[in-house]
Write a protein that binds this ligand. Structure first.
Ligand code: NAP
Length: 251
């Protein structure tokens, strides 16, 4: 019970890594404010958690919309009175589109969800944490936050920006008791990658098989790292961008 009595907001909680985080954090005793744009899948996740004796609240939210983000935090605080941990997990992919194939609309959508959504929610949650002089924020970046090829022009740019945003948050708020880190996953089997990873002949499979681990990862492996970063065990880790990629970034 590493998170007994803690309250965590998790975005993207209806699928993939967010869902794995919601399941694991609730098993570790946290109250989970589970947020996602996909209401039906979110309700299923929360039902599963509560029927297993966990504490969870489903809030449908579009993190790229300021009013929706405000409503999410308001409902969460009304239910559990404070927020100790924020997992900025939700994100969308750009179909690996190179710049010339990226419309302005696609660029804006990727940045609005993958970066602005993180900023809007962080700013809504931070005052609650600063008041308590304690809080943990875990952002999901990607190997695309370090190198090209893990996404297209918009996705790779936005994930690089998540790295910068994470470091600046840590720099600005660390002394006020807020610990901010990011996770940089490699290829992980989730709703986002399901179709791509189904195809053994897809060009990305060659890259995946060539990494030291020789395989793609599972969302539960990301949740385990997030739990460590959320817990007191990682108290001295600030502003780190932690790869969990089977070794994708070694070369
Ligand atoms: P996923 O299975 O697609 O889960 C993402 C969830 O976020 C979905 O339920 C999605 O709903 C939701 N979402 C999308 N837009 C939203 C919005 N505006 N507001 C609230 N929720 C929204 O993907 P995942 O792989 O777990 O992705 C989690 C994070 O990991 C993302 O930031 C992603 O960029 C990052 N990542 C993934 C991989 C990978 O290989 N899977 C690798 C590196 C980094 P819909 O399904 O309805 O869109």
């Amino acid at each position: 019970m590493k998170l007994k009595g803690k309250t965590v907001v998790i975005t993207g909680a209806a699928s993939g890594m967010g869902r794995a985080q919601a399941r694991l954090f609730s098993k570790e005793g946290a109250n989970v404010i589970a947020a996602d744009i996909d209401k039906d899948s979110l309700d299923k996740v929360v039902k599963e958690i509560t029927s297993n004796g966990g504490q969870a609240l489903a809030v449908q939210a579009d993190i790229s919309n300021r009013d929706s983000v405000k409503d999410l935090v308001k409902k969460g605080v009304e239910e559990y009175s404070s927020i100790d941990i924020l997992c900025n997990t939700a994100g969308i992919l750009d179909d690996y589109s190179p710049s010339l194939d990226t419309s302005e609309d696609l660029w804006d959508r990727i940045f609005n969800v993958n970066l602005k959504g993180m900023f809007l929610l962080t700013n809504e949650v931070l005052p609650h944490m600063i008041k308590k002089e304690k809080g943990v924020i875990i952002n999901i970046s990607s190997i695309a936050g370090f190198v090209a090829g893990g996404g297209g022009a918009a996705y790779t740019s936005a994930k690089h920006a998540v790295v910068g945003y994470t470091k600046q948050l840590s720099f600005d708020y660390g002394k006020q008791g807020i610990r901010v880190n990011a996770i940089a996953p490699g290829a992980i089997k989730t709703g986002m990658t399901e179709e791509i990873l189904k195809d053994e002949d897809a060009p990305v499979m060659e890259t995946i098989k060539s990494v030291p681990a020789g395989r793609y990862g599972q969302p539960e492996e990301i949740a385990n790292l997030a739990l460590f970063l959320a817990s007191e065990e990682s108290d001295f880790i600030h502003g780190a961008i932690v790869p969990i990629d089977g070794g994708w970034l070694v070369k």
